[in-house]
Design a protein around this ligand. Structure first.
Ligand code: AMP
Length: 351
């Protein structure tokens, strides 16, 4: 068990790091943020911060020397420079290697019995033509690495449309479009002893590829498909020897839960757990990586709706504070750019 007063290193300086640092504080830990960007919203609430590129081995070594445990809030941290500090890292960087590449991720999950959308690797126009022939259209072309919030994705309505498409200048994957009824995520926490706990699965709505809302209770079809999705998520966590919070996103379809993607970290669709569950995803992540007993994940409210505040919509968000049961989280970002996650509101209806 990590003793109070110890330092937890967090790779990444965004809002997830901010909420992790806020959850670590009452447990008596200090957080040290490592981020390539100067204006880190996590650093504002942490004890210390290193601003340096991901591949600066000297800065990374100095950071690691100051931290008893290192975790991450951003899954695209390059895994290779982390190798010397592997023993301090939770989750283990092998989770990054799987989750950073959509092709690896799908193959890994399919090997464990999961059902992803039909997919094919696309490195050039010939591959795309072959993928369209085999999988058909409509579908989505996605970069294998570094896409998020719908970025690095192109919808393809027909093989004809694909003819005129300029391919991304990096390896990609073509996926058949899944006709789903709902989207949901399974969020689990796994302790150092292998114990696993799940939060209730919220129903997620996306707008323009970005999560807009997560709500509970979820639609009955989701509730029906959660056990199978949890079974898969637990297998993924065990296969990775995972420690901390892990998220798997699914489509609820007529033919069962279809795996979309995973994130080796706390997740936007779990922000509701701060006020809506006995123990939040952030606190349980800290508990897990520090070797503390895991907290109860039970939902405490009758209904919960988490709404993301995206872009300029966040500027007048404080009005929600007049509503009973509304909890505002602003991330402290100065520029309310279009499509940028600026904060969220969680509305709770008590039992
Ligand atoms: P992703 O970044 O892969 O999570 O994609 C963002 C959103 O695009 C998802 O949450 C879905 O709403 C939609 N999407 C992605 N892939 C597919 C797919 N194969 N079929 C249908 N919708 C998809």
């Amino acid at each position: 068990m990590l003793s109070p007063g110890s330092t937890i290193g967090i790779l990444g300086g965004g809002q997830l790091g901010r909420m992790l640092a806020l959850a670590a504080a009452p447990l008596g830990y200090r957080c040290h943020i490592y981020t390539p960007e100067g204006d880190s919203v996590a650093a504002e609430v942490a004890a210390s911060c290193t601003v340096a590129p991901w591949d600066d081995c000297e800065k990374l070594a100095a950071f690691a020397a100051e931290c008893e445990i290192i975790t991450l809030e951003f899954e695209n941290v390059p895994a290779a420079p982390l190798a010397p500090f592997e023993a301090k890292l939770a989750p283990h960087p092998r989770a990054l290697t799987v989750a950073q590449d959509r092709l690896n991720e799908k193959a890994f999950v399919a090997d464990l019995g999961g059902q992803p959308a039909p997919w094919a690797a696309v490195d050039d126009a010939e591959d795309l033509a072959a993928a369209l022939e085999r999988i058909g259209a409509p579908g989505i072309l996605k970069t294998r690495r570094e896409g998020y919030d719908g970025k690095g994705q192109w919808r393809i309505a027909s093989a004809h449309e694909a003819d005129g498409l300029r391919l991304p200048d990096q390896p990609a994957i073509y996926e058949g479009l899944v006709r789903f009824a709902h989207e949901f995520s399974v969020i689990l926490v796994r302790g150092r002893d292998g114990a696993v706990r799940f939060w209730d699965s919220a129903e997620n709505h996306h707008q323009d590829g970005i999560l807009a809302t997560s709500r509970l209770p979820a639609a009955p079809l989701i509730v029906e498909q959660v056990p199978a999705a949890r079974e898969l998520a637990a297998k993924v966590a065990a296969a990775l020897g995972y420690v901390g919070v892990l998220t798997l996103e699914f489509f609820a379809t007529d033919y069962g839960p279809v795996f979309n993607e995973m994130a080796p970290r706390v997740h936007n669709s779990g922000h509701w757990t701060i006020e809506g569950a006995v123990t939040s995803q952030f606190e349980n992540h800290i508990r897990a990586i520090c070797g503390l007993p895991l907290g109860d994940t039970t939902t405490t409210a009758r209904a919960v709706v988490m709404t993301n505040l995206i872009g300029p919509a966040a500027l007048d968000a404080q009005v929600v504070l007049a509503e009973p049961g509304a909890h505002l989280h602003l991330y402290g970002k100065h520029e309310a750019r279009e499509g940028r996650k600026m904060g969220h509101v969680t509305r709770i209806t008590l039992a």
